[in-house]
Ligand binder design. Sequence first.
Ligand code: ACM
Length: 271
Amino acid sequence: MSDDHATYSFSALQTDPAFGEVTANLDAVERHLEGLRTDLLVLPELFASGYSFVDKDELLGLAEPFDGGETTERLRGWSRGTGGMIVAGFPERDGDKVYNSAAVVANGELLDCYRKVHLFGFEYDVYEPGDRPFAVQEHAGLRVGTMICFDWMYPEAARTLVLRGADVIAHPSNLVLPGWCQRTMLVRALENRVYTVTANRYGTEHRPPRPALHFTGSSRIASPRGEAVADAPAVGVTLLQTTADIVLARDKRVPSGNDVLAERRPDFYER
Ligand code: ACM
């Protein structure tokens, strides 16, 4: 954070985890984070476990509790080093239920656990749909809202986070549709006048009988002007970084003078 408390640094790490190799994947991420100081770091969806679970039993074997799991313990340690908030995806076990979740941590503390609301395709076979509201967490004056991957398809997700005060939307992802989300996030950023940080993975997972999945990389940070301010290539470990002006994200006026949030007309919208 700068002296005027208006600028913050945002980062996203794009990776290619090996399925099921949780400790090795965590160790690899830790190496990439060495020396990093940032107000917000976003890691991909399911960044340490891998994505393409063949069935619920396999998922139960790799799912972890939010409090005390290997992944969230490592996130807590990393957040002491980066000095800011970290948002990262993991398979969350709660009794016999598993959620596709994102942990939100800062200062070594667990702040929140978001459970993916809009599951994608086969995910319905193994995960429970998220059962908690879209939420915004504040740390050192920065308000971070979280959604996961396919939530991008529902404008209501980003809009709800912004109505709840988000300056930036942290968006851990494992995207497979060709460029759809990366393009759409420019619009989500513009229509909400908010920053978005999409941390995607790259590479391929083929775990029969599931079809091979090709993840699209191209992680992206978008500004409230609807511009890509940092872009990763389609393939390759990449640490994206940008400086963000939070005053810009809190000004919802467009050049005509219209305040796009204040002038919403919810009476005319479908509930
Ligand atoms: C996705 O929601 N992981 C495509």
